[in-house]
Design a protein around this ligand. Sequence first.
Ligand code: GLY
Length: 403
Amino acid sequence: MNKQTFNGMIWKALVLFCILTSGCTPANQEEPMQAVIERGLQTAGQHALQMAEILKNQDNKLPKTLKNGDLQTSDASSWTSGFFPGELWYLYEHTQNETFKQYAELFTSRLEEIQHCTTHHDVGFMLYCSYGNGYRLTGNPAYKDVLVTGARSLSTRFRDHIGLIRSWEFNAKVWQYPVIIDNMMNLELLMWASKTTGEQRFKDISLSHADKTMEHHFRPNYSCYHVVSFDTITGQPHKKQTHQGFADESTWARGHAWALYGYTMMYRESGKPEYLAQAQHVAAYLMNHPNTPADKIPYWDYDVEVTPETPRDASSAAIMASALIELSTHTGKAEGKKYVDYAEQLLRSLTSPEYLATPGSNGHFTLMHSTGNLPGNIEIDVPLTYADYYYVEALLRMKKLLE
Ligand code: GLY
């Protein structure tokens, strides 16, 4: 056997090993990170423009996912409604292309009524990604008004004697006052509103919510519960469960990603060292978890039995990448490098053919292989609008960091 044939066999064996152990085509580690970022952003832009073309004349429609290959949309009321407008704002920021801006304005306007929503906690997700990015980039005073009204609506869900924002109303026979880890993400709107209006109350609510979540949602190893329900009289937890995870005592990957992002963001907004420490512990848990595949894109829950069919959650990977890049800016250089290196691995994998869809495919979503709610038998191994939003955010954060 000549040397070339031998080398070829070794390479094929390596590729096969990678496919068997990670379930994916290996990301190209040679491509410069700047090129990975540009390729990812360009692909996301192509998908987003095609999606916008399809939906621009469909009143109130916003993209959500694919079901059996068909586009699933929602109106403003879905918790996912703000992500597509938010992605369009990011793409406008990146390209300065007016078409992205016009589409961002159009799809953002579809959420206007959400400023008055008081029936669930997701107002922060919905408005801060859409109107929040729009206001940041344009300074449009009408956007500011929507955001402040939205922050007031969200604040109505806070009870002083419990010290947390209530997440949901459903399942009331089991949960007296459910608070999910995802709710950390809604605090960014309130912290913004406090700075913008000068009203301390928004900040007090956010700090109280983050403190109580730190106290009650985490296990000693810094993995988190998805749902903690509080007794409305004593204000103490009476149930710790899951809704979208594998088991009450398991670690649902996206919940863990929200925790990482939430505490990193709250450290940025408050400067409280406890939040930085929490984010560092949460990051250590996921970066060292033995159930992490070779390409680092997590399975949908850290505690599921792994088979070749176990679904991944690319949305968690995108959220984690974005959060880790930010976390790296709040720590010392050596520690920060660990977070950036891990985020780079996540982004290289997401920008490989295994996860990044070719324009014209995947229903015009950018990423493949996310999992929304496996126990509910909903959105398993599909594209999800929020995976695309956090992927673009992470690419832009990485680009800024490298520059
Ligand atoms: N906030 C809902 C989810 O992460 O699926």
